[in-house]
Design a protein. Structure first.
Length: 94
C-alpha cells in the first residue's frame, strides 16, 4: 500500500490577522486585548512590559479587575494612545 501524503494543515493566523477579525471592543478589557493583539504582543509580553504577572493581564482582559493607574498609563504609552482614549471605553460601558 503506497504512503498517503499528509493532509494540508491550515496556516495559523498571525496576531494582527486575529485583531482584524475581532469585533469592535466595548469594554476596557476588550480594548486592552484588541490593542495588545493588534500590536502583535502576547499576554506574557505585555505583563513583562508592565512588571506584572500574566494572570493580571488575563484578568484585565476579562474585565475581572481594573488595571492600576500606573499600568493604564504604561499601556496607553505602549499602544500609542492618549490615556483618556484608553479609559474612554470603560467610562462609556459603565
Amino acid at each position: 500500500m503506497p504512503l498517503q501524503p499528509f493532509p494540508s494543515v491550515p496556516k495559523k493566523p498571525t496576531l494582527k490577522e486575529v485583531a482584524a477579525d475581532m469585533p469592535a471592543p466595548r469594554t476596557l478589557g476588550e480594548k486592552i486585548r484588541y490593542l495588545r493583539i493588534q500590536k502583535g504582543m502576547r499576554q506574557n509580553e505585555l505583563a513583562k512590559e508592565l512588571g506584572i504577572y500574566n494572570t493580571a493581564v488575563c484578568q484585565y482582559e476579562k474585565d475581572l479587575t481594573r488595571p492600576r493607574p500606573p499600568h493604564l498609563a504604561r499601556m496607553a504609552q505602549l499602544f500609542g494612545l492618549p490615556l483618556s482614549e484608553l479609559e474612554a471605553s470603560a467610562t462609556a460601558s459603565g
